[in-house]
Design a binder for this molecule. Structure first.
Ligand code: 26Q
Length: 803
């Protein structure tokens, strides 16, 4: 039905009539979207079945993640299937714009930010590389909140992506499993062995919804299985309504938090719900192939994305011990050889711990098992480090009334990885140093990546077209071949092409900004963009204070000159993160002032695009000239936005943090703007003190002026920005904003001058960034995971090259 445009049109028309009982003329965009989606799902169904059959004997990986930030799927699926053009042309004949049709799809926003989007990029790479890898997650009824800005304040509305159903999912009610909570543990004897049984539990039914994960120009269709919580058939006799509400609450909302300062019991329920259902499903699948579980780890790897799914480890132990009567020693051996863990943060406030008093009643048997893991672990430490109480106490999994999830993850896995070189080094040398001393062989780095299929082919067809005209198509399946562009870095036709593409994308974004914000921005100005979650450590504040500084300079010095710039922000703040919301407000206050002052003469525009999300990112990123990656060094584990911008030809303005360090390695220092404190210096201040933010206030007039404006009535608002002032000056800001201010200002000036004076050089830098971005394809990352950690091979049993 997709073999040519005529066949497609005929099938499409017939299908609309049959499904909706109306003529095509009367069909709505939504009918058309639904129809096309269903056609695609049907089209891939035989490949889906076949992929699963072929995988049955292969070693597989299951990627467990509390978040999958997928975004829209129609366009990407059509592109991966190689039928985008046929469909687009067919629809055009029917006077339907495929682009418009794509836009009615709600983003599947089942994630907060980097960690969830990484999981989605990984799924795309696994399928595109024909690797046997499936995802397990939660089907939240409401994804990340929708952000509205009213008078500069963030409001959160519940998001409702399932309003019209979701074409891509298949409900599999017959595969539902029952998950126990509460109750108590009984012991009994079975064949002379002490055995445990969880009784008086309250059950929740976990119902799977499967989504196809379609590889790029391959027959592979993997599966993302999302669990939905429903009342169990074994529901209690009393308080049925309360039970129903509590049950459904488990998969109702994604937690809109990207740190973890409050341990809510519902969050713990979500975590156990995900892992218990997934482990059950994985084992069921396994036992259809193999008779018992003794060689499980030879056929299955289970990856846990941060600590959120770490209860998979004790849950798997529970199944081996209680359901399969295995000895502890053997069960532990299989478990540790099965599990692998990725850490995504060094921020101590984001390391999960659960109070025993909350944990134990909810998950009594799981707690017992964790306790036993802890006992045995501490004993082995004692043998190696006799008498070193302090060390053992610091490493324990259960200590001071808390269960430490990261410790459980490290101890229960054979592989622990960070997400960028610098991040892994910090884990080894600081955060997880004691564990590294104990088992150095577990630790390894896997620098993050992004799928070039979404972030270049899909998001930027204009640039894709130019690259194909220049170096052909090889790079589309082998992104490292973008390096073929090296020969064109001085080629004036190619550089002109780059300039044209960038301008085109800036015009598209400018149009959108005019529609959404009513602000006229000049596509000839430098588009300087910072889009990511709002967090103190990401330092949106450094950016906005610098804008205020520029504004002051213009007002005070008629000769002050700068090349016109459009500063763009997009960021959601966690609803309870008051400080972050204040920064959003400040951005709006500065924007209002700057955008409406004739003195500025359109040299600066400040735009905040509301409701930042995957689909909006796809429109924003291709339009960037400058990519702001300005976190306090040592705090951003990797960042992945930085890679998306680079691949679209933006130049990075960044600190030596996360993957910025590796972007620098790739492009060379003459092709990136690096400034500010190094991670070592930040950590030295943290250890030894010696930073005094007030010194910068006193010694730099410009800084003083900007700081004073936060509190002296300059913004003419009732509630000013004392909170920000206080945190920067009175509380001696732990993110070193003022310390890095001068270096940032200087680098920004350098960038602006270069753009103005030597556009050709700028374009060469752009070219170099694109040509070196292949390294940051998640295909490279996934190949490394596949060969170094999971030991899986692609379909056709072609053995992956071990590095
Ligand atoms: C935990 C407990 C309760 C509620 C929420 C959470 C929670 C939710 C999300 C904790 C953390 C997250 C997300 C973290 C995250 O996105 N980290 C980012 O991961 C990226 C992919 O590796 C990195 O590139 C970023 O540097 C890192 O910040």
């Amino acid at each position: 039905m997709f073999s040519n445009k005529e066949a497609f049109k005929a099938a499409f028309l017939k299908r609309i009539e049959r499904t909706y009982g109306k003529s095509f003329q009367d069909s709505t965009l939504s009918d058309q979207f639904q129809t096309l989606g269903n056609m695609v799902r049907e089209y891939i169904s035989s490949n889906w079945i076949q992929t699963n059959e072929e995988y049955s004997k292969e070693k597989k990986v299951y990627y467990l993640s509390i978040e999958f930030l997928l975004g829209r799927l129609l366009g990407q699926n059509l592109l991966n299937l190689g039928i985008y053009d046929v469909v687009e042309e067919g629809l055009k004949d029917l006077h339907i714009s495929l682009e418009e049709l794509e836009e009615i799809e709600y983003d599947a926003a089942l994630g907060n930010g980097g960690l969830g989007r990484l999981a989605a990029c990984f799924l795309d790479s696994l399928a595109s590389l024909d690797l046997p890898g499936h995802g397990y997650g939660i089907r939240y009824k409401h994804g990340l909140f929708e952000q509205r800005i009213v008078d500069g304040f963030q409001l959160e509305l519940p998001e409702h992506w399932l309003r019209y159903g979701h074409v891509w999912e298949v409900r599999k009610i017959d595969m539902a499993v029952e998950i126990p909570f509460w109750g108590k543990v009984e012991t009994y004897e079975k064949d002379g062995i002490l055995t445990f049984r969880h009784v008086d539990a309250e059950y929740v039914s976990a119902v799977p919804y499967d989504m196809p994960v379609i590889g790029y120009e391959t027959d592979t269709v993997n599966t993302l299985r999302l669990w939905s919580a429903e009342p169990s058939r074994y529901m209690p006799n009393q308080d049925v309504l309360k039970y129903k509400k509590e049950t459904e609450a488990i998969s109702e909302f994604l937690y809109p938090d990207d740190t973890n300062d409050e341990g809510k019991i519902l969050r713990l329920k979500q975590q156990y719900f995900l892992v218990s259902a997934s482990i059950r499903s994985i084992i069921q699948d396994y036992l259809e192939q193999y008779k018992d579980l003794h060689a499980f780890h030879e056929h299955v790897s289970i990856h846990i994305n941060d600590t959120h799914p770490v209860l998979a480890i004790p849950e798997f132990m529970r199944v081996l011990l209680d359901d399969h009567c295995m000895s502890w020693e053997e069960a532990w051996q299989i478990t540790t050889n099965t599990f692998c863990y990725t850490n995504h943060t060094t921020l101590s406030e984001a390391l999960e711990q659960w109070p025993i008093r909350i944990f134990q009643p909810l998950l009594p048997r799981i707690f017992m098992i964790i306790d036993e893991i802890n006992e045995r672990f501490c004993k082995s430490l004692w043998e190696l480090y006799p008498g070193e109480w302090g060390r053992i106490e610091q490493m324990a999994i259960v200590a001071h009334g808390q269960v430490k999830m990261a410790h459980l993850a490290i101890v229960g896995s054979h592989s622990v990885n960070g997400v960028a070189k610098i991040h892994t080094e910090i884990l080894k040398n600081r955060e997880m140093n004691l564990f590294y001393q104990f088992q150095p062989e577990k630790f390894n780095n896997k620098t993050n990546g992004i799928t070039h299929r979404r972030w270049l082919l899909k998001a930027n067809p204009e640039l894709t077209h130019l690259i194909r005209e220049t170096i052909g198509d090889e790079w589309m399946k082998q992104p490292e071949k973008l390096a073929l562009l090296h020969s064109y870095e001085q080629d004036s036709a190619f550089l002109t092409g780059l300039a044209d593409v960038k301008l085109k994308r800036k015009e598209i974004l400018a149009k959108r900004i005019l529609e959404q914000n009513g602000i006229n921005v000049d596509p000839q100005s430098i588009f300087d963009i910072q889009v990511k979650r709002l967090h103190a450590y990401k330092r949106q504040l450094l950016n906005v204070l610098h804008i205020l500084y520029l504004y002051n300079r213009m007002r005070e010095d008629a000769s002050f000159d700068m090349y016109p710039r459009t500063f763009v922000f997009g960021a959601k703040a966690s609803p309870g993160y008051y400080y972050a919301k204040k920064i959003i407000k400040l951005i709006h206050s500065v924007a209002d002032m700057v955008n409406n002052d004739p003195i500025v003469k359109d040299r600066i525009k400040v735009v905040f695009l509301e409701n930042y999300r995957v689909s909006l990112a796809e429109d924003i990123i291709p339009a960037a000239d400058i990519s702001e990656q300005i976190s306090t060094a040592s705090k951003e584990a990797s960042g992945t936005g930085n890679m998306k911008f680079m691949m679209n030809g933006a130049l990075t303005m960044g600190t030596l943090d996360g993957a910025n360090v590796e972007i620098l390695e790739q492009v060379g220092q003459e092709n990136i703007f690096i400034f500010g404190l190094k991670a070592e210096e930040v950590m030295k201040f943290e250890r030894e003190g010696g930073y005094r933010s007030m010194d910068y206030y006193h010694h730099d007039n410009h800084i003083r002026q900007v700081m004073d404006q936060l509190v002296n009535g300059f913004f003419n608002e009732e509630d000013q920005f004392e909170m920000i002032y206080d945190s920067l000056l009175i509380e001696n800001d732990q993110y070193f904003v003022l310390k890095d201010f001068a270096a940032y200002r200087d680098k920004q000036q350098e960038a602006g001058r270069l753009y103005e004076k030597d556009r050709n050089r700028w374009l060469q830098m752009t070219a170099r960034n694109i040509s070196q971005s292949g390294y940051f394809s998640s295909d490279r990352t996934i190949r490394e995971y596949a060969s170094d950690i999971w030991e899986i091979h692609n379909r056709g049993s072609q053995v992956l090259v071990k590095r």
